[in-house]
Design a protein around this ligand. Structure first.
Ligand code: LAC
Ligand code: ZN
Length: 449
């Protein structure tokens, strides 16, 4: 379907980029063959490292003429294989485009290149008293451009929204190589937040429950009580224990069946304490006929303790990954359906004898369901996995949910897209993709065929 990459084509890339930024050695190809998605491996023919939008434009124009696929790659932290060159061809690295161009304190905008690490951007704006809220767990290594491509979320999405809510203008190289500049600093719908020096701090409650269902039920109750946490995360016992072991840390009540991590932020210390106290009461109260309150609630209110809690939470994904071969599902339902989602997942997994470990952004109804190979044989794992995933997704959709909250469909989830998206919607998406990329050279094979 695509043309092979030959020496003549490589020379044309070298003409655009210079020899140093067209790589075909084993190390470069092997690095580009993987992201953070389970055990996928798709090596490309060539890796290119452009420095400017004009160079990207030239590469795309050439790739269209020569019929070679191009797969862009940010920090390589994706969890659905979106950056992997499943049809070979070119992987386009954006790591050299790593400059923060401008921090505009007057208008509260930052102008940045695509390959800046999200945490670097966050730190840079915080240094001048501003705040960039989206905080995906991979923020220490993911790129801001990849966050846009995936519309990344993270714990603070529950209060501040996801990446797209913070983007006002773009410079886009279209698949045909044309460059456009939609939006800009002058949009009318600039959010009303003046986030300058907003924070004196944040406090986190760690509420331990002896039944994960009770923890899930507490989440909507928190919002019904008029509280507006900046994060509301759920972590099951196995995951907390894996994370603690991974980091060699301890946490009180780590043997409780589930924990909620609930954060409040603000610029008024009294109000902060009041909200945290009220949230603690909501956790202890219980929200079902059998009670269902937390067995204990602990407060972390020093910067160091708060950071430690987030370090443990951010390590959950890595910890699960290093524990067992696994497959992660990124289910999301309306917040109040979270208890039903959780119970359904556990019932399905028990019936099918597949171990699962769950955690996620409870305030968004977004549960990361990790199916673990654990003691299953390779054959059992291969056989059991697809029907288990299908049943979990069907259950999720029956609750009004969908199959990816923040990790995307990419490569690894496309077999399941139809469970959550109608034939007509998929057809519409395909025609939109076709308008932008008529030769189908940009990241082919993702989301749908
Ligand atoms: C997290 C990533 C996996 O929530 O999305 O830790
Ligand atoms: Zn997440």
């Amino acid at each position: 379907m695509f043309s092979p990459v030959n020496e003549k084509f490589l020379n044309k890339l070298r003409d655009i980029l210079g020899d140093d930024f067209v790589l075909t050695d084993d190390e470069a190809l092997s690095h580009a063959s993987r992201d953070e998605t389970e055990d996928l491996c798709f090596p490309p023919d060539v890796v290119v490292r452009p420095k400017t939008p004009q160079e990207i434009s030239s590469i795309l124009k050439l790739a269209n003429i020569e019929n070679i696929p191009v797969t862009p790659r940010g920090g390589g932290t994706g969890l659905s294989g979106g950056a992997l060159p499943v049809h070979k061809g070119i992987v386009l690295y954006l790591d050299r485009m790593n400059k923060i161009i401008e921090i505009d304190r007057e208008n509260l905008f930052v102008v940045t290149e695509t390959g800046v690490i999200t945490e670097t951007l966050k730190d840079a704006v915080e240094e001048v008293g501003l705040f960039y809220p989206p905080d995906p767990a991979s923020k220490g290594s993911c790129f801001i451009g990849g966050n846009l491509a995936e519309n990344a979320g993270g714990p603070r999405a529950v209060k501040y929204g996801v990446t797209k809510d913070w983007v006002y203008g773009l410079e886009v190289v279209l698949p045909n190589g044309e460059i456009i500049n939609p939006g800009g600093k002058l949009l009318k719908n600039v959010t009303g937040y003046n986030l300058t020096q907003l924070f004196v701090g944040s406090e986190v409650l760690i509420a331990a429950f002896d039944d994960p269902f009770d923890a899930c039920q507490t989440v909507p109750a928190m919002f019904h009580a008029g509280l507006n946490p900046s994060a509301c995360e759920f972590v099951e016992r196995d995951v907390i224990q894996m994370a603690l072991q991974h980091l060699d840390k301890k946490l009180p009540n780590s043997d409780a069946a589930a924990q909620l991590l609930i954060e409040f932020d603000g610029n008024d210390e009294d109000q902060l304490s009041e909200e945290t106290e009220k949230a603690g009461m909501v956790c202890m109260e219980g929200h079902n006929d059998l009670g269902g309150g937390a067995i204990d609630v602990i407060l972390a209110n020093t910067g160091q303790r708060v950071n430690e809690i987030w370090e443990i939470r951010s390590a959950c994904g890595e910890a699960v990954k290093s524990h067992s071969v696994y497959k992660e599902e990124d289910t999301v339902v309306p917040r109040a359906k979270l208890p039903d989602l959780f119970v359904g997942v556990k019932t399905i997994c028990a019936e099918r004898c597949v171990k699962s470990a769950c955690y996620g952004h409870a305030g968004d109804g977004n549960l990361h369901v990790n199916l673990l190979k654990d003691t299953l044989t390779d054959d059992e794992w291969e056989t059991k996995l697809p029907p288990t995933i299908t049943e979990i997704f069907e259950h999720c959709v029956s609750l009004g949910g969908t199959i990816s909250g923040e990790h995307g469909i990419g490569w690894s989830q496309k077999a399941y897209l139809h469970l959550a998206t109608s034939y007509e919607e998929i057809k519409l998406m395909k025609s939109l993709k076709n308008v932008l990329d008529p030769n189908g050279i940009l990241n082919p094979g993702k989301v749908f065929e």
